[in-house]
Ligand binder design. Sequence first.
Ligand code: FPP
Ligand code: MG
Length: 298
Amino acid sequence: MLQRVDDIVNGFLNDLNDKKVLELYKEITSGKKLRAKLILKIAEQSDEAYVLAAIVEMIQVASLLHDDVIDDADTRRGKKSINALFGDKTAIMLGDILYSKAYYELTSLPEFVAKSISNAVTRLSIGELLDVELSKSFNKNRDRYFDMIDKKTASLIEASAESAAYLCGKDSKKFALYGKNLGLAFQIIDDILDITQDAKTLGKPALHDFKEGKATLPYIYLYDKLSKDDKVKLENLFKKDLTNEEKNWVITNMKQYGAIENSLELARDLAMEAIQSIKEYKNIELEKIIQDMIQREY
Ligand code: FPP
Ligand code: MG
């Protein structure tokens, strides 16, 4: 199923008649393709659904190429990132090529789908901009965090689910809600994993987000709960290279005050809401996507 998505992407890239692009593309480590899976499970694998899945995966890869430049990330999916291997300029341009070709192909799909996906890309770019803004100082505001992850992560998953539903005549509004809540839960879990998993399993060092200026949900919860003095201590650790002792202090306090547990509970509630919005379709596989996501390794 996902092999066919890869074949379509490779076909699109072959159209470009450029050896360098194909060479570089091969260096990208492939991911879980959550969005493609979601589209194919909702739209029951029609030809148009495969094209949509390929387009969305190209957009996703493009956005990660740019994100790794923005975040100055050396690794992606446990391997060296494209910017680390070939430099920022190459990563940005490869992202632009994938992104514009994906847009070109999007014009062959119904207008509803083209609008939904292109609007999501604008939103995800605004979300990334917001992420950069929020990273400048310690953000303690939950609403701003939610607004950012809604745009940065949930928007493309929401549009993918909505568009897939449209392609097969299902209720696109209900699937949009499913996708949005799935996306929010997904990002919260990703943010928790940065704290709870070690470098080996995650492919990036634990507590990396805080060092990068990203005060994710568990940090916001923790800050709320800490004493005055400890609030100051946490603020002083923001964006710093933490010693093992400091990392332990953060993690111990998070455990003590239930910051991880509360964040996980919120992610679970969102996941349950997602399942709820499409329950009439009794689609076990779509429910399974959610279960798999919540039960990722801690
Ligand atoms: C990952 O965030 C980043 C995103 C989900 C979106 C990035 C979007 C852009 C760079 C806008 C440009 C868009 C296109 C289509 C060219 P993260 O840093 O929290 O996650 P990570 O841990 O996987 O790096
Ligand atoms: Mg990043």
